[in-house]
Design a protein around this ligand. Sequence first.
Ligand SMILES: [Mg+2]
Length: 227
Amino acid sequence: MNKRLVLWDIDQTLIDLRGTGREWYAQVLPEVTGVAFTGMPGFFGRTELAITSELLTLHGVQPDDETVRKMWAGLVAAAERAVPTLPTRGIALPGAEAALSALSGEVVQTLVTGNLREISWHKLTAFGLHEHLDFEIGGYGSLSAHRPDLVAHAVSLAGARHSPFAPDAVVVIGDTPHDIDAALAHGALAVGVATGRFDEATLRDAGAHVVFADLSDTPAVVEAVLG
Ligand SMILES: [Mg+2]
């Protein structure tokens, strides 16, 4: 039998780096556009394409491909420069490392995240959480403003690398209703973790099949994923 495919969200699911995204955007926006930063659109559960486009529009800048690309190059550079300070700026969430390790070998693990791929790499290497994840088959925030597209992309890349994953062999783990929606749109198992802005009841109402307060109960997380 084919292994299961686990698609992890990053922010507020594996790590908490609240504030850094805003800081990087505030740095990069004036560098790229010459316009002063006045505030962020909503972040939680959204993709980088959605956030960057809305941020530019909010600041009166046309979100054309070239400007978006320059913004991303700046954000990647800011994230790379920040790597040494990230472990003191934020935390790896409880049980994240143990869950990734315990599932390693049992399932195929990659990411479905609103982050860009390079920023995902910088954020997770800073906390030593990169080891059990295959970054090459993930769904990242540059792909679409619509999170379910990221799941489809990862499932397709993972299927090409391994063998095709049936929808019920796919597990999405994340902290927002957007993560849950994206899982349900593909008939995947939706696992909610209430370590972000949304509590357990909200994630359950969004349709999550399983909800945890956090990832600290490793056997329960493994059991939820393996079914
Ligand atoms: Mg998240």
